[in-house]
Design a protein around this ligand. Sequence first.
Ligand code: PLP
Length: 400
Amino acid sequence: MISQKHLEYGIHSSVIREVFEYGVQRKAEIGKDNVFDFSLGNPSIPAPKKVNETIKKLLNDSDPTELHGYSLGPGDEGVRKAIASYLNEKYSVNESYKRIYMTCGAAASLSISLNALLNEDDEVIVLTPYFPEYRVFVEHTGAKVVEVQCDENTMQPDVSRIESAINEKTKAIIINSPNNPTGAIYSSMVLAEIAGVVSDKEIQYSHPIYVLSDEPYRELAYEVSVPYIAKYFKNAIICYSFSKALSIPGERIGYICVCERCEDGDIVFKAICGAGRAMGYVCAPVLFQKMLPELLGITSNIEDYDKNRREIKRILDECGFKYIDPQGAFYIFIKSPSGSALDFCEEAKKCEILLVRGNEFGAPSYARAAYCVSYKMIKDSENAWKKLAEQYGMKGKDND
Ligand code: PLP
């Protein structure tokens, strides 16, 4: 008998993909300009020119056997050194390249870290609304997900709820800021309060509680800056990705950093190497590792996302939809006027607007719109949003 757990993951693939696939089919039926597909978090801004230039230079100038060969399991040493120096300079920290492990993006960073840390029956706290893949990554290890609802109005973490959820089985907390799906950036004040609670609980239960910082959207912040997690939490593990910052999700490149103050950090790092090995990663793609030293600190033109953000907000305001005001990433989380995300997504679909229901994110009264689309599509969607608002008898301009 094959693994039922893995069969389940395969059959019930991501709901985001389902909507996207419907969109592809619908566009073929009625024309691509008539479908307003806000389903997928696929970067719509091209990678900076320097990405291609660096790759070309590497292809022209490098020893091909080295460029296309394996690197060490944790990654190329020069690349890891460059990343550590970059972090140290930017955030005034003291990370060691010896605790940086190159991965195939944030998904791999998270799943490797979780496999390294978790034993059966351990618990991992996720802050609701949360990226649905967390459940797959955690439950795959035999551990359990514990959802802790964020503040319903601000979508900032609720410190007292986190405090009540931590118990002796709590091994880790996943933090994702800027957040998918809400666009919230967790404030330094809230992070400091959570850190206080976590540190007290670590003393109470005499074991570390690791904070995994899922950071594909670190560079996508519009008006506020993103606090560096390891400044707040002693046992921080950064799960970074270049997918969105450089618009290269297909290249599959990111890293794990076991931060300087992490208890038993060298042992945790070894377990990460072991988990990567057991999961068959071997090493992250070497060509894309080697381009990174030239690209650290560079991002795609995120002003275009900001322009999209302001336009979608304007349209939603005009129509009277309520939403969480996004500060980062490229998602806007819209409250269903009826209170049901399922109903809202169905009604939106009738107006050719494709949204992702919030149910799988743990927020059944919200729907997510990814605004990493063309500005033109957002502009062109205005009448469809108005039609959708009319279905709900909304008068407009009452978002608060
Ligand atoms: N974490 C979150 C919150 C995401 O939204 C995504 C992708 O959309 C990932 C992780 C995975 O990103 P990557 O492409 O770096 O694996």
